[in-house]
Design a protein around this ligand. Structure first.
Ligand code: AMP
Ligand code: ZN
Length: 465
């Protein structure tokens, strides 16, 4: 059965053919570790995880590399503004190195909580400075660079196919951006190496061009080449990377190696918040995985929610949608654990499910088939074995789950105690305000002869009934 993937470069569904039969190199642009990841970022890694698992289901040993951007990503994509790491350092009064280590660890915890398989390599930009310098030297040797007062730039006008990935209107872009160009020759040109300049930076290195730091895009060219070779199978990221970051990675690679780095380019659509705004680190509502768990949700309920939408469709986050996902996941877990052990997967369902997954990772259709299976006449043992097989891709940890009652988080318990005291002292208005705060956090408080009891409001309380 053929695996079809939507390749952004060709704007078409293409059968996946690995460069090396049975193996697949997969490179994912990772987080900029100046802050926590939000659940929008995490949606993109969930998409990468499903892709990796579907590749494995199709018999490919996957070599997955995720980069960690811990230097050189400026606050503006136009190579101006401050380094996000140095800015994060000022915000937290910690060194740029310390916050990189802290937010990398926080990110890896979120990844593990979502059952996202750890990559073969976590590639940190700051640990691959020499590879980046060598890559820039290769681009320079082939004549695609020029020097300005603040750095070494890529001359995009020398590359006829620049911007093909994004179908960029190059002439329009270049003529519309005469202002604010600085020393750059064209608006689409970008920095490969920036000179330190100004106040001393925490992260800077010597290079053949002077002391400074790498531009943001070069890290992925250098590290993907180091770990996957100059030509590898699949490059992925969020859809925002199409017009700038990935277009520039391709340009760098073509200038150095005369071909693009990867044979397939896949992009995940954004998670939006109610009202259609994208979720971003700098604007809008910033929801972390910890925000969801503080409200009593299971991280895997978010994984379920992500599986319920196709990766190329925008997904709008709402608490109601997450609650529905939690309820569905609880139902699925209970249904699974009621089924007897010892069957063989049902070949018909297996084929149908894999056909959906192989059709550009159609997880919503595979989920629908899963519920259909649970209502079907297929024997219980075969249902369970089919779910075990499918969970290799869904990663919902069905077999490992054990029934439990989720306790209310400490913040909610503190509100309950404060309300008890207010009632005791007959401060009824205060008690009402506190009750509303408890309800806003997603819990209901019930007064019983034994004292106040708190429980999760919606149907997502896990029970063993
Ligand atoms: P960053 O940490 O900003 O470099 O982003 C890390 C990854 O998250 C990139 O692949 C982005 O494309 C992706 N990303 C950023 N915002 C969102 C969002 N709202 N929904 C889905 N993916 C996102
Ligand atoms: Zn990248």
């Amino acid at each position: 059965m053929e695996l079809m993937l939507y390749d952004t470069y060709e704007r078409a569904l293409r059968p996946f053919v690995a460069l090396q039969s049975g193996a697949a190199g997969l490179y994912a642009c990772g987080p900029t570790v100046y802050d926590y990841a939000h659940i929008g970022n995490l949606r993109t890694y969930l998409f990468g995880d499903v892709l990796r698992r579907v590749l494995a289901l199709n018999g490919h040993a996957v070599r997955h590399v995720i980069c960690i951007t811990d230097v050189g990503h400026l606050t503006s994509d136009a190579d101006t503004g401050e380094d996000k790491m140095e800015k994060g350092s000022r915000r937290t009064s910690q060194s740029a190195w310390d916050i990189a280590a802290f937010y990398t660890a926080a990110f890896q915890q979120d990844i593990a909580a979502l059952n996202i398989l750890a990559p073969a390599v976590w590639a940190r930009a700051s640990e691959h400075i020499q590879e980046q310098i060598d890559f820039i030297a290769g681009i320079e040797r082939n004549g695609y660079t020029y020097r300005t007062g603040d750095g070494i730039y890529f001359d995009t006008q020398k590359l006829a196919r620049y911007g093909h990935l994004a179908r960029l209107d190059i002439d329009g872009l270049r003529s519309g951006h005469r202002v604010g160009l600085g020393d750059k020759r064209a608006a689409t040109d970008f920095a490969l190496w920036k000179f330190s300049g100004g106040p001393q930076r925490q992260m800077e290195w010597d290079s053949p061009w002077g002391r400074g730091f790498p531009g943001w895009h070069i890290e992925c060219s250098a590290m993907s080449t180091r770990y996957l070779g100059a030509l590898f199978d699949i490059h992925i990221g969020g859809e925002d990377h199409i017009p700038v970051h990935h277009s520039n990675e391709i340009a760098q690679h073509e200038a150095c190696h005369h071909h693009p780095p990867a044979r397939y380019w896949l992009h995940g659509a954004f998670l939006q918040v109610d009202g259609g705004d994208k979720m971003s680190k700098s604007s809008g509502e910033f929801l972390r995985l910890a925000t969801l768990t503080a409200r009593g949700f299971d991280p895997l309920a978010y994984r379920y929610l992500a599986l319920s939408a196709h990766y190329r469709s925008p997904l709008t986050f709402s608490w109601a949608a997450l609650d529905a996902a939690q309820t569905a996941l609880n139902r699925l877990r209970l249904a699974y654990h009621r089924l007897p052990d010892g069957g063989q997967p049902d070949a018909g369902y297996q084929r149908a499910m894999q056909a959906e997954l192989n059709q550009d990772l159609n997880t919503p259709r595979a989920l629908a088939l899963m519920w259909e299976l649970l209502k079907s006449e297929v024997a219980g043992g075969a249902q369970r074995a089919t779910l075990d097989w499918l969970d290799q891709v869904f990663g919902l940890g069905l077999a490992a789950w054990a029934p439990q009652v989720l306790a209310a988080p400490p913040a909610v318990l503190a509100l309950v105690a404060a309300r008890d005291q207010a009632r005791h002292q007959r401060r009824w208005a205060d008690a009402d305000t506190l009750r509303r705060a408890i309800e806003d956090a997603g819990y209901a408080v019930r007064d019983t002869p034994a004292g106040a009891r708190v429980e999760r409001q919606a149907a997502s309380m896990i029970s063993n009934e």
